[in-house]
Each structure stands twice: as structure tokens, then as C-alpha cells.
Design a protein around this ligand. Sequence first.
Ligand code: ADP
Ligand code: MG
Length: 293
Amino acid sequence: ATPMSVMVGVGRGARDGVLIKNAEVLEVMEKVDTVVVDKTGTLTEGRPEVTWIEPAPDWSREGLLAIAAAVENQSEHPLASAIVRKAKADKIDIQHANQFDAMTGIGVSAQVESRAVLIGSAKLLTDQSIEADQGLIDAANERQAGGATVVFVAVDQQFAGAIGISDPIKESTPAALGTLQDLGLKVIMLTGDAEPTARAVAKELGVDEFHAGVSPQDKHDFVKKLKDQGKSVAMAGDGINDAPALAAADVGIAMGTGTGVAIESAGVTLVGGDLRGIAAAAVLSRKTMSNIR
Ligand code: ADP
Ligand code: MG
């Protein structure tokens, strides 16, 4: 039977917006020594906005945004929503795209008026030997070093431009990470985003270990490797791309603001996506377990 104090603990968590799935989660949380966090939508707001549009020489700003929005209109990724919102704000008529395909953690592709469009990470384009000019790569790097995400657009295997998208760090994140470190927990950031963007965000938050360009499978494998090394791991994330890692962790922590798949894979849900709930859960489990002993 579940001890009374565990039920009280779960109830107390719920009152503070920390939804704990069952008694076992509260027990396991006490032993957690490593907290792995996703970047986009977990450390950051997850409401990104287009802040920079740089067309290739043959393209206009509007033309680039229009063709990108036509493809992204069929994607549910937060980056896609940002591009579609920007196109609508600029009164661009969004065309229909055919043969849409999403490559999780890499990008998207589709046909727009029989033109083949690719949008995603720099790697997506370089893997297909699509080169951007150096001036544009430098400008993109500069945006990334400022913490923005940059996606690259190719049309008919030719580079068409880059779009910079900014997603501010949640107001509550710095304090939340500070408390976790004060509790003696190691914080590691994992992201599918590019290295320079990841570095900028990690530096701003004082997170000394981070890994960029990480696929959903890599996130899962990373958590599993930590566990194999004897660590007790909590993993916090918001997206479909985090679900395998959330399920693999000793304690999966989903953002209540995130996707249903993440919430289903997790033992803890932070109602408003406020990461201070992780430390609250850790403290709650330590208190609850010491009450039982
Ligand atoms: P994160 O781990 O930060 O939540 P994802 O794994 O979802 O990020 O995505 C990683 C990268 O893949 C993005 O930074 C972007 O370059 C690319 N990407 C994924 N989906 C899209 C999309 N719909 N449009 C453009 N780029 C995308
Ligand atoms: Mg995310």
C-alpha cells in the first residue's frame, strides 16, 4: 500500500503545478543526481518568432518567406509556426504544397508549384551538396552565436536563403537551473539545434555540459548511457522528439505546455512548463521519503 505521506506529497506537488503520476515516481525522484534538459520549448518559451530573413542573391525577402511558409504550413514544428505567422503578418498569400515530408529533428520537404523545396538545418543542405555563399554563412553564424535558430532553404537543389528564428529563454529558467545546481544536481542540455545556438544558450544559463545536433534517438541513447554509468537521471522535455528519452529516464518530466506524446511518456508534468517544478519535485521527494524512514 502507498504510505499516507506519499499521497500527501503527490497532493502537495499538484497544488504547486507539479503533477506526479504515481507514488513510485516520487520515490525514484529522491535518488536523481542528473537532470537532462531539452532546449527548445523546455528552457525556452517555445513560442519562436522570425527575427531575420536573408535571401540568396536570386531571391527576394517576400519570395523566400512565401515559399518557406507554403511548406511549413503543413508542419507542426514550432519553427514552422513562426515562419507561417510571419508570412501571414506580412500579408503573404500562402500557397498549397504537395508531397510534404517531415524529417524529425532535421527539417521538411515539399513541392510548391512543381518546385522542390527543402527547409532545415545547415546539415540537411550540405548533405545534398547544396552550398550557400560564405557571406551568408557568416551572417547566419553570427545570428546563431546570439542564440537564434537559423533554418536554411533550398529550391530545386539551389540555396535560396536563410531564416533566423528567436525563442526567448523562459523568465523562470535561470532561477530553476540555479536551484537544481544548489541541490547538487548535474544539469546537461541536449538539443537538435545547431552547435553555435546551443553554445550561446548554455553559456547564458551557466550550463557547462551541452550536446547539439542531437536526434530523438540520440537523446534516448544519451539518457540510457548515463543510466548505464550508474547515474539516476531525470529528463525534461516538451516535444515528440523528446518522448523516447523521457520514457528511458528514471523520471521523465514533461512540460504541460508541450505535446501530448511527451506528457504520456513522462512521470511528472509541470503544468505551466515552469522548470522550478523540477527542484520542487526533488525537494518534495526527499522530504517525503525521509518522513517514511
Ligand atoms: P530541439 O531539440 O531543439 O527541440 P528539433 O529536434 O525539433 O529541435 O529540431 C532540430 C533542428 O531540425 C532544428 O533546429 C531545425 O534546424 C530542423 N528542423 C526540424 N523541423 C523543422 C521544420 N519544420 N522546419 C525547419 N527546420 C526544422
Ligand atoms: Mg523541444
